[in-house]
Design a protein around this ligand. Structure first.
Ligand SMILES: Nc1nc2c(c(=O)[nH]1)N[C@H]1C(S)=C(S)[C@@H](COP(=O)(O)O)O[C@H]1N2
Ligand SMILES: [Mo]
Length: 260
């Protein structure tokens, strides 16, 4: 990188360090010069404004709709009836003994039954689901904000990603990487519309849509919305998971960040 190309802030820092090298008195004189101060100030506020814009846009809410907008038929996609033995057994018991695990880089790992999840604060949202294949459907989702779970489990400082491990094997592969999984960063994890939904359109989540629990991460495309979630894991990286790209479809070439 040519020196001229360096971001203003770094150049200012370099100048400041050079100033410090000539001694405290020089540095003092420099920092007292009004021109220098306002220059430093405007660079700082520029960086801050750019950061706020970036983070602000990630925190914006996805549009929400009214009851009348709910699609009469919501297209199921991908796995619709997992035949993995653990899942079949849990379904046969109507998920009475099913437990969600929250573990990994957390202070206090959790296991929660559906009844326990339903006792936690809930959020209902009517949103549009956009599949990368080009179709959209509007549905009403009720569930536990992921934030409620993460606050209770307590993230360790090195946690950077939240991974959702699913019950279904979408592709039979020799290396065993056909299990569906997904991952999101902490901005999406704490987004108010990021919920673990147990109800759809006012009834228990149907099997084809991910019973008993599926992720809704409304600022991203459909494939991020893991169905049949069994385990939520906080991690520092995802390179050592699956084929290393952070999700079943990401491992097959899709973008990790699928923002809409
Ligand atoms: N566990 C799991 N989650 C999944 C899938 C899947 O096959 N398995 N398909 C994804 C895709 S591509 C889409 S579009 C949505 C479909 O959700 P729906 O079946 O409720 O329409 O789920 C996503 N989550
Ligand atoms: Mo999809």
């Amino acid at each position: 990188m040519r020196r001229e190309d360096q971001p203003t802030r770094r150049r200012l820092l370099a100048a400041l360090t050079a100033g410090a090298a000539v001694g405290l008195s020089g540095c003092d004189r420099l920092s007292q010069s009004p021109g220098w101060l306002s220059l430093l100030d405007s660079a700082e506020s520029l960086t801050r404004r750019a950061q706020r814009l970036l983070i602000g846009s990630r925190q914006a809410l996805a549009p929400e709709y009214g009851e009348a907008d709910i699609s009469k038929v919501f297209k199921p996609n991908g796995s619709v009836e997992p035949d993995d033995p653990d899942y079949v057994a849990a379904k046969q018991e109507n998920f009475a003994n099913w437990r969600l695990a929250v573990d990994g880089l957390v202070e206090k790992p959790l296991t929660l039954s559906l009844a326990e999840l339903r006792q936690l604060p809930a959020r209902t949202q009517i949103t549009r689901h956009d599949c990368v294949e080009g179709w959209s459907c509007i549905g009403k989702w009720t569930g536990t904000p992921l934030k409620e779970l993460l606050d209770r489990a307590g993230l360790k400082p090195n946690a950077r990603y939240i991974v959702f491990h699913c019950a279904d094997t979408l592709e039979q592969t020799l290396d065993g990487t056909g299990r569906y999984y997904e991952s999101i960063d902490l901005i999406d994890a704490f987004h108010p519309q990021t919920i673990l939904a147990y109800d759809m359109n006012g009834a228990s989540l149907p099997v084809e849509h991910g019973a008993p629990l599926r992720l809704r991460v409304e600022r991203q495309l459909g494939y991020k919305m893991a169905k049949y979630v069994m385990r939520i894991e906080a991690r520092e990286e995802f390179a050592s998971l699956g084929r290393g790209h952070g999700g079943f479809w990401e491992d097959r070439g899709y973008e990790w960040y699928a923002g809409i």
